[in-house]
Write a new protein. Structure first.
Length: 256
């Protein structure tokens, strides 16, 4: 693990200066379930608790969850922007805002939310400990961001760190597949550009009839389909390729 901070399981060990009483803890749990169910009657219940406990960011976060679970993504984003404005040190609010920018392809805005070096301990330098869910959420959005802008080396670094934090988490395997998909999509774009350039070059200068190009020798034979067809292969084949052993697959993709 990089960074000079501890990862804890108990929220009380975070030492963020905000104490949660037993009464407030019960309220947080209640609002959590209300938000997940997304019933229409739940809105006023959450809003009343926010008015009663205005310093509690979790309650505002559950307001965003409630809006999202009732199909109102715009109100959810609006509530989250309010959350970030009121509680800029609340990790999940920042992660949610970064996710909104990613969903809108506003990649240049993500570092403004998560910091230029995209490190949780750099963004919150006064924190000495983070809850494991905070670390997983932050690393997850960082991985998606770096994959989206085709900085795959950094995406792999963050993925490796996420694996150290929780190797068996569902999100870890999902993000591993997403990074691979993004790599393949980027590879397909590069393939199309190379093909276009080759066609243009052949129009300008006819190639000798006996000129041949030997394809690379891949570890996985399935990659030959990508080499010859780019991403114009059946989805079932793409899914099979994505499921191949990761290390050897990445070596093959580098040769395409």
């Amino acid at each position: 693990m990089r960074g000079n901070y501890r990862i804890v399981d108990d929220p009380e060990d975070i030492e963020d200066g905000f104490h949660i009483s037993e009464e407030l803890e019960d309220v947080i749990i209640e609002c959590f379930h209300i938000a997940r169910k997304g019933k229409r009657s739940g809105l006023k219940k959450i809003q009343r608790q926010i008015e009663k406990y205005p310093r509690c960011p979790q309650l505002k976060n559950y307001l965003t969850v409630w809006y999202n679970n009732t199909g109102n993504s715009e109100k959810s984003n609006e509530a989250n922007r309010w959350l970030v404005a009121e509680h800029p040190d609340y990790v999940f609010g920042r992660v949610n805002l970064a996710n909104e920018h990613l969903s809108k392809s506003e990649y240049e805005l993500v570092p403004e939310v998560l910091g230029n070096d995209m490190r949780i301990d750099s963004l919150f330098p006064d924190r000495k400990a983070f809850h494991v869910d905070e670390v997983i959420a932050f690393l997850s959005i960082a991985i998606r961001y770096f994959a989206a802008i085709a900085e795959f080396d950094r995406a792999e670094e963050e993925l490796s760190e996420l694996t150290e934090v929780d190797p068996y988490a569902t999100i870890t395997s999902e993000l591993s597949r997403e990074v691979t998909r993004q790599k393949m999509a980027n590879m397909g774009k590069s393939w199309l550009e190379r093909t276009k350039d080759n066609i243009s070059a052949q129009v300008m200068k006819k190639q000798p009839a006996d000129t041949t190009t030997e394809p690379p020798v891949f570890i996985h034979p399935e990659i030959n389909l990508l080499y010859t067809n780019g991403l114009h292969v059946e989805n079932a084949i793409l899914e099979k390729i994505i499921s191949l052993p990761r290390i050897s697959l990445l070596k093959d993709l580098e040769m395409v």
